[in-house]
Design a protein around this ligand. Structure first.
Ligand code: IMP
Length: 439
């Protein structure tokens, strides 16, 4: 596949890290197109766990080149730490990493502004400064990677930005966090130093990607977060500040849609979300605690307990539609083993109306009651399954039901955290999205 895209079909944490790692076996490049260090992609290799925040998960495959596109907001301190920690664990990066000179910088004051504007409390953010970094980008006052290449210019720009940040604090009647007297000089030195160390990794990634595609190389675009955290298509305002959907891949890497040959969606066999916002199929507290523990549902970036619930076909069907998802990778099916009955949301009821698509208005979201269809569960452990026939009939039925409800075939089922714990399903025609029978 010359150019494929992998998108989260829910609220993030779908297990994209593992799927990218599997697909990366067959590609030359893995490219990140949006988000920043708010992402937490977990990959388990030979019993070792790697959590990547900024580097594409493909970096764990020797020989695969990785790229951070201009749609990403780059926290340089974080990037340097992440590179260092991987190298200390024996992952050789060498010249396998390229960074867009047009990527925006996420600077320490973005975290202060996030707190100042109470975004962390209102939205339940990861507190990584993501919102304010994208605000600066859209407000056309952001600094980009190419600004690092001239230290004097960088210092002047940082001075301007710091006085703006100070004025904002004054405006809100809050003290500015303590910074060194010569902060702009110190930061300019520090960040220009990181840029020098990155050296030839900083390039025009649009030209690079097009050159590689023209030369017949294959590229996998790695999404972060999920469709319903997208700034436009998500459950606004409880979203991240980036385009996490297919449009983000195109804009964040400078690729034309006509070159994309496949869009894969990743969905968990149930649903989770972190932070505030609507979640119609959320479990009640009675099952939530034990399920979360069994499933290990704690944030890879913040350690926060994730909210858990039943599979929501309304969401995934919509994600298939808006992203043009051709195949679904279904993760964590093994977690459902032992549940007597499995519920799948096939629609929402709002007052007397039944919705088959997610609403837009937060008030309507809050009023949504899921319409469930029940399927029998299974008791046999499936962690060792490697072929469809290793799965109990009930598990296969559950997967087929998801395909029928969401309108896309499930091509890969993940049954454990290890690299090899996956079942490749037979290729099938794309099923037409079908509404379920309502219970
Ligand atoms: P921010 O991206 O830190 O601004 O957070 C905005 C919302 O997106 C919050 O609800 C976060 O919990 C959520 N979020 C951001 N990144 C991730 C992720 O990688 N997985 C799951 N939720 C995320």
């Amino acid at each position: 596949m010359p150019l494929s895209v992998l998108i989260g079909a829910q609220w993030g944490d779908e297990g994209k890290g593992k799927i990218v790692d599997l697909l990366a076996r067959r590609v030359d490049w893995v490219a990140r197109f949006s988000g920043g260090p708010n992402a937490g992609h977990t990959v388990r290799i030979d019993g070792e766990t790697f959590v990547l925040h900024l580097l594409p998960s493909g970096i764990l495959r020797p020989g695969v080149c990785c790229l951070i596109g201009h749609g990403v907001v780059l926290d340089l301190d974080h990037l340097e730490r992440e590179i260092q920690s991987l190298e200390e664990r024996g992952v050789r990066i060498d010249d396998r990493l390229k960074i867009s000179s047009a990527a925006h910088l996420l600077l320490p004051y973005h975290r202060w502004l996030e707190e100042l504007q109470h975004q962390d409390v209102r939205v339940g953010t990861t507190k990584r400064g993501i919102g304010p970094a994208y605000q600066d980008k859209m407000g056309r006052v952001g600094l980009r990677v190419h600004d690092l290449l001239d230290e004097r210019h960088l210092k002047d720009r940082l001075e301007e930005e710091l006085s703006r940040v100070e004025a904002m604090h004054r405006g809100w009647g809050r003290p500015m966090p303590e910074i060194p007297r010569q902060a702009s000089l110190e930061w300019a030195r520090r960040y220009a130093g990181i840029a020098r160390r990155l050296g030839p990794a900083i390039v025009d990634t649009v030209a690079l990607l097009h050159g590689e595609l023209d030369a017949g190389k294959s590229v996998l675009c790695e999404g972060s977060q999920g469709t319903f955290l997208d700034i436009d298509l998500g459950t606004y305002p409880f979203v991240t500040s980036a385009s996490t959907t297919i449009g983000g891949a195109i804009a964040g890497l400078g690729l034309p849609p006509s070159r994309i040959s496949r869009v894969n969606g990743v969905a968990k066999a149930y649903t989770t979300r972190v932070g505030n916002g609507p979640f119609p199929t959320e479990f009640g507290e009675r099952i939530a605690g034990s399920f979360r523990k069994k499933a290990g549902e704690f944030g890879a970036t913040t350690g926060r307990p994730r909210r858990c619930g039943w599979f929501d076909a309304v969401l995934v069907r919509h994600a298939v539609r808006v992203n043009g998802i051709g195949e679904i990778c279904l993760t964590k099916l093994d977690v459902l083993t032992g549940m007597r009955t499995l519920k799948l949301a096939v629609g929402y009821r709002v007052g007397r109306r039944t919705l088959e698509h997610p609403p837009v208005d937060p008030a309507e979201w809050a009023a949504c009651k899921p319409v469930y269809e029940d399927l029998p569960g299974w008791t046999k452990e499936i962690g060792g399954a490697r072929a469809p026939e290793d799965l109990p009939a009930e598990a296969r039925r559950y997967v087929e039901k998801i395909e029928a409800l969401c309108g896309a075939p499930v091509r890969l089922v993940s049954v454990g955290s290890a690299r090899e714990a996956a079942v490749r399903m037979p290729a099938r025609r794309r099923p037409a999205a079908r509404r379920g029978r309502r219970s």
